[in-house]
Design a protein around this ligand. Structure first.
Ligand code: 4AD
Ligand code: MG
Length: 465
């Protein structure tokens, strides 16, 4: 018989009093005094589970059903009825419970009913999607991807796949992982292999930190483009907001300036929040109970508030004036720390903040120089709980300015000839930004650590699975 999902039971109203079959895993089991087993089954299609009533009369009741433990997989067939109890809407009166997979040593099963800390279950990334919380986050992550794709396509953007292996350090921070087929255990070999010919690609290559530069090539031909993929940063940032491997949405638009692109970035963020509010109701109700009781209010508030726009200079003035409250010094030319960001967003403005026109020394070589020659036309979007969620800029479209910046920053010119071509042949003002997917999920769900926002987190010292 065709299996249906638990989500379908609750969303399509045509299964009541009908014979159905589901496949799933045991969340809990209770045996009544008169010898009926009540099984709670989940299948991950929804936050909901369904109660299965298994009576003694089932042929495998005493040999199998009675021995079921948390985590066993089953296929259940039976009649879907309205539950007499207030605790659930439906239940299945089983006429067949087939056990598909037993739990080997239930006493050692890490996802047993015992309540474990989130840090503990992180050691079991392969089993943790069986917990309700990680299931909820996975479904919200999926909804966020869907919302971004739909929004961009609706606004006339084309999806471009940018390369993962690259010879270019887009952000110029030097925090790249080198990719090599040479045996790093054999140091002698490595020393011998400094010749160009010995590199697989004829040069040193790395895992990408951002697809932006190649995306610009497509924006300078197709006008409106985006990419969505994994990026890698070999940074020594062991915080609750940093991953070594994270997913970035990058948007790039020709004939566009900082006003235009930052307004679009705000709309894009709000669209995703709206999508989750509309499409993940049961997930949000779960999080409201377990993680953040203000979640619905918080997300609705985000939709209704206009982001504050300020200059970097203004941000520094505010921070200097209120230094006695923040207790962390800052000077013009320095980057904002997470304390400074928190103060501006949570205390001073009580709103997401877009900061523009940063000192050139704080930002990458590709950002467009302002008339003052000290700042570049860059913007960061800061939001509550997270800090920086988006970084973007106008791109330097003037070849002479670009060349100057590359010299100033000591970049290897040879690598960037193709990038300069974009300015030599029909150059165009263009702008774009990058959004950290996991930071968006961190904000939406209200979870405390970014390591729960991605299925298999990679951070310093952690690359299991
Ligand atoms: O500000 P970033 O470094 O900007 C870029 O890479 C640009 N090339 C993007 C562009 O303009 N096309 O990174 C963009 C965003 C940050 O605002 C942050 O949300 C996220 O990526 N991000 C990280 N997320 C998790 N872990 C990390 N280590 C991150 N580093 C950046
Ligand atoms: Mg940034």
């Amino acid at each position: 018989m065709k299996k249906i999902s638990i989500l379908e039971i609750y969303t399509k109203n045509n299964y009541l009093n009908k014979q159905i079959t589901i496949g799933g895993w045991v969340r809990s089991k209770r045996i009544s005094k008169i010898g009926i087993s009540f099984l709670t089954i989940y299948d991950g299609s929804s936050t909901r589970s369904i109660q299965v009533i298994a009576k003694k009369s089932l042929f495998n009741y005493s040999t199998e059903i009675i021995k079921l433990t948390i985590g066993c997989s089953v296929i259940v067939s039976g009649n879907l009825i309205l539950s007499p109890s207030d605790l659930q809407t439906y239940e299945i009166k089983a006429n067949h419970v087939e056990i598909i997979g037993w739990i080997d040593r239930p006493d050692l099963y890490p996802m047993s009913a015992k309540k474990h800390t989130i840090e503990y279950i992180r050691y079991f990334c392969h089993l943790r999607p069986r917990t309700s919380l990680i299931g909820v986050i996975a479904r919200i992550r999926n909804a966020v991807f869907q919302s971004l794709n739909e929004f961009l396509v609706k606004n006339g953007y084309l999806w471009v796949s940018t390369p993962i292996i690259t010879s270019i350090d887009t952000e110029g921070s030097g925090s790249m992982f080198q990719v090599s087929m040479l045996d790093i255990n054999n140091q002698v070999n490595i020393k011998k292999n400094t010749n160009k010919e010995n590199y697989f690609f004829g040069k040193k290559v790395f895992l990408t930190v951002s697809g932006q530069l190649t995306l610009e090539a497509y924006a300078c031909a197709l006008s409106k483009v985006y990419s969505l993929g994994p990026t890698f940063r070999a940074e020594n940032s062991n915080t609750k907001k940093h991953l070594t491997e994270f997913w970035m949405l990058e948007v790039e638009k020709a004939f566009s300036d900082i006003n235009d692109i930052s307004i679009f970035a705000e709309k894009l963020l709000k669209n995703s929040i709206n999508f989750v509010l509309d499409n993940c109701v049961s997930e949000l109700l779960f999080l409201q109970k377990k993680v953040d009781k203000n979640i619905i209010f918080r997300l609705n508030n985000f939709l209704n508030i206009n982001f504050v726009n300020i200059e970097y200079n203004e941000a520094i003035n505010i921070l200097l004036k209120n230094n006695h409250i923040i207790n962390e010094k800052i000077l013009w030319g320095e980057d904002l720390s997470s304390h400074h960001e928190k103060y501006l967003v949570n205390n001073y403005f009580k709103s997401p903040v877009i900061i523009r026109n940063y000192p050139k020394l704080l930002k990458a070589f590709y950002m467009r120089m302002n008339k003052d020659k000290k700042t570049v036309s860059a913007f960061d979007i800061l939001i509550p709980q997270v800090g920086e969620i988006i970084g973007g800029s106008e791109r330097e479209d003037r070849i002479d300015y670009l060349e100057n910046r590359m010299i100033e920053m000591g970049l290897n010119k040879e690598n960037y000839n193709w990038y300069k071509d974009l300015r030599k042949y029909g150059t165009v003002p263009h702008s774009g930004f990058g959004l950290g997917l996991e930071r968006l999920i961190l904000f939406i769900t209200g979870i405390k650590n970014i390591r729960e926002s991605i299925p298999f987190p990679r951070t310093i010292g952690h690359a299991d699975f």
